[in-house]
Ligand binder design. Sequence first.
Ligand code: FBP
Length: 553
Amino acid sequence: MNLSPLQQARYEYSPKLPGMLRHGISEICVSEGAPTQSVADQDKISALFPNTYGKKEITFQKGQNTSAPKKQVVGVILSGGQAPGGHNVVCGLYDALKATSSENVLYGFKNGPSGLLEDDYVVFDDAFINAYRNTGGFDIIGSGRTKLETKEQFAVAAEVCKKHGITAIVIIGGDDSNTNAAVLAEYFAANNTGVQVIGCPKTIDGDLKNEDIECSFGFDTATKTYSELIGNIERDANSAKKYWHFIKVMGRSASHVALECALETQPNICLISEEVAEKKMSLSQIADQIADSVAKRAAKGMNFGVAIIPEGVVEFVPEFSVLIGEINELLAGSKADAFNALATWEEKYAFIEKGLTKESMAVFALLPQTIQQQLFLERDPHGNVQVSLIESEKLFSALVAAKLKKMKADGLYNGKFSALHHFFGYEGRCAFPSNFDADYCYSLGYNAFMLIQYGYTGYLSKISNLSRPADEWVAGGMPITKMMNMERRHGEDKPVIRKALVELNGKPFQYFEAHRATWAEDTCYTYPGAIQYYGPASVCDITTRTLALEKGN
Ligand code: FBP
């Protein structure tokens, strides 16, 4: 195999474990804390999880290992979108499992949860694992978005586990996957299968966090990668002085990625979807805000700038959500065929005009024609508009261009506006994990095995105190049910892990809010540069600004 020098060097990197996990397996003991309760809807959640609800928070510490000796056969699954560090979760799990007993076995189910249902797996050994240490990607076993949620699937999973003598399943995933891990744990416990389930918090979106989980893995590396690129673009903008760059960044719904990139690079504009929703901002108001920055900078002779747009923003614009709802209704069932049979865009436009309310038609009319057409082309399997595919970076630059044209006619603006568009998402999901993610992920995997060894099920592997150096990190576990509440999903009340959106009264947003007016008018760009893997800890081991601000250091 051809290896890049960095890949070769990263194989040799020894991830840092929390101090309490460094003593060797025989010297890790468990300390149980208080019983837990779900964050809300305690009666309903406890009734749905009679076997796994209310369990105690646990922490590991130095002391005699008192876990019962038992051969462990563990299956691991990567679920959902890639996030840097996933390989290290598997490596940490493998190392702890083998350090406990060479008889222990680790299965990797391929291509996500479907691998468990289809009994499609690999069995790891040293040579296999060593080729993936500290590398990005999920290619070690692949990932997938099949949801493990029905009783029928659970029964198949139980059969597969029985066939291989599997004692525990580790699910590495986001809020939905870990919700399903909790439901699977409950099913296994209720049916006395003897199979434990442990989750690990993954997603570059950063929206699986709460008072127990300080951040999901992958967020650190992905945001550092995007911030490097945004910083480079800022420097280019400031050199050429002729373009406004509209940069969409991933984050299916929450704006944590956009906010972190803004804190790292100090762009002229960064939209925060949660604020758009809170203030019920219209598309026109958002465009005004950006046009205002363009005009103020132009008045100072700066016809360039950078605007960060979170991927999910349009869904948070109330009038846009209503429009999407009406379009879904307009094309429901066989009505789509009538629409598709129309030959020209003019005929289609007339059909749309007839079907939408006056208010939604006014919003629709504001959109550039390419976006209007996108709304009718890109449909999901249920026939709904796929909002995530809307090129919002192009939408906002077109709206701003229209505003500026009017401002020019009114004598309020006399600059030049030339826009370029970017979308950063896939570029960051498989980067070599930063030292932080390499260390954090390895610790999550190692710790997941300790939870298995001590007999816990329905727990999320928890590493905390993350804004401090790794030797001060705290390892333990939290019942997943503690993070759950009831939410309406597809017309039904369901127990789910609460998704963490950006808090407008949280310190990261408040810092941004306090500085953004200056950033909008002046050029205050900061250039984070590429992730550094070797060198002083002050450069190589720094975590995100979000975590630092949240933790007050
Ligand atoms: P997860 O929540 O599954 O970790 O995935 C996050 C994400 O990267 C989002 O930021 C993005 O909207 C989505 O996945 C893209 O999904 P896909 O990989 O299926 O295109």
